[in-house]
Design a protein around this ligand. Structure first.
Ligand code: GRF
Length: 214
C-alpha cells in the first residue's frame, strides 16, 4: 500500500461543494490526498474562492475562449502538470474534455445518478433529479467512473444508492444524493491511493479489499 498521498487535480465549474468535502475529509478523516491544483471552467466561481482560501493553486480555462472541444481539451491537458498529479477529479465539471491516451485511467468523474441512467449531455444538476422524479423510479444515487471521451459513459468504478421519496422535489432529492456522493468519492480516492482499482484494457480491475470497504 502506498504511503504517499494521492496527488490530485480538481476540475470544476460551480459551487465547489465537492472540493470542500474533499478538503474536509482530508483534514478530519485522514483521506490521503494532496490537492495540487484546481482548474475552473469559468471565472469567478465559488469553487475558485474555496481553493484560494485553502492555498491551493488555481487556473481558469474557459471553453468560450477556444474554437473547438479539441482546442479546449488541449489547453486543459497542457495546464495539468502530469508529472505532479496522479489523478484528475472532475467535481461538478460541466465541459466535455477529450483526454489524451496517456490520461486514460487517470481521470474520474462523479455524477449524481445511477449511470447509465440519467446521464449524458444536458444531464447535470437539477435536470438529473427532475428526470429521476418524473421517471417514477424509487431509487437514485451517484456514480464514480473513469472518464472516456463522452459525457458520463466511462467505465463505472462504484455507485451508492439512496431512496427517492414520493414527496421529493429536485432540491430534496439532490440533497440526499449529495450526502451519498460525499462518502463515495473519498472512498474511491482512497482505493486509488492504495492501488486497489485501476483501468486495464478499458475495464476497471479491483482488489478484493474494495468489497469490504464499500
Ligand atoms: C455533484 O452533484 C456531482 O455529482 C456533479 O456536480 C455536483 C457537484 O458540483 N458532477 P459542486 O461540487 O456543487 O460544484
Amino acid at each position: 500500500m502506498s504511503e504517499q498521498p494521492l496527488r490530485i487535480a480538481v476540475l470544476l465549474s460551480g459551487t465547489g461543494r465537492t472540493l470542500s468535502n474533499l478538503i474536509e475529509r482530508t483534514a478530519q478523516n485522514g483521506l490521503a490526498i494532496d490537492i495540487r491544483l484546481v482548474i475552473a471552467s469559468k471565472l469567478g466561481i465559488r469553487g475558485l474562492t474555496i481553493a484560494e482560501n485553502h492555498g491551493i493553486p488555481t487556473a481558469t480555462i474557459q471553453r468560450r475562449d477556444y474554437e473547438s472541444v479539441a482546442a479546449f481539451s488541449d489547453a486543459l491537458t497542457e495546464s495539468l502538470p502530469l508529472d505532479e498529479v496522479d489523478v484528475v477529479v472532475m467535481a461538478g465539471f460541466l465541459q466535455l474534455y477529450r483526454l489524451p491516451e496517456q490520461l486514460r485511467g487517470r481521470v474520474i468523474n462523479i455524477h449524481p445518478s445511477l449511470l447509465p441512467l440519467f446521464g449524458g449531455q444536458g444531464f447535470y444538476g437539477h435536470h438529473v433529479h427532475r428526470a429521476v422524479i418524473e421517471s417514477g423510479v424509487r431509487v437514485s444515487g451517484c456514480t464514480v467512473h473513469f472518464v472516456d471521451n463522452e459525457y458520463d459513459t466511462g467505465p463505472i468504478i462504484a455507485q451508492r444508492t439512496c431512496d427517492v421519496h414520493p414527496s421529493d422535489t429536485a432540491d430534496t432529492l439532490a440533497a440526499r444524493v449529495f450526502e451519498v456522493e460525499c462518502d463515495l468519492l473519498p472512498t474511491v480516492l482512497a482505493w486509488l491511493q492504495r492501488g486497489w482499482v485501476r483501468l486495464d484494457a478499458g475495464k476497471p480491475v479491483f482488489d478484493p479489499r474494495t468489497a469490504a470497504s464499500e
